[in-house]
Design a protein around this ligand. Structure first.
Ligand code: FES
Length: 94
């Protein structure tokens, strides 16, 4: 997934995903920030998961965010300093 360069965005912020710094923009979801960096969510390291419905129904995108488990990243706006942890095995590159 590539970001469109002509789209007006909020200010640039940084979140952390499994210890990796991820630059993104205010207003975009955590899932979007991860997808643009080719990061997947991995409950089982041998079977990496990612966004499926992107509308908050399937929970395929769930991760731990700032200590709260099971947060749907497709429904959660990125906030500066946010710490995201995939549930097991760390994030996997697509
Ligand atoms: S991708 Fe389905 S709930 Fe997030």
């Amino acid at each position: 997934m590539e970001r469109l360069e002509h789209v007006r965005r909020g200010r640039q912020i940084t979140i952390e995903v499994d210890g990796e710094r991820v630059d993104c923009w205010e207003g975009e979801t955590v899932a979007t920030a991860m997808l643009t960096r080719h990061l997947r969510l991995s409950r089982d390291a041998s079977r990496p998961r990612s966004v499926f419905c992107a509308i908050g129904v399937c929970f395929e995108c769930a991760a731990e965010i700032d200590g709260t488990a099971g947060v749907r990243t497709c429904m959660t706006p990125a906030v500066a300093g946010m710490r995201v942890r995939t549930t097991s095995g760390g994030s996997a590159r697509a």
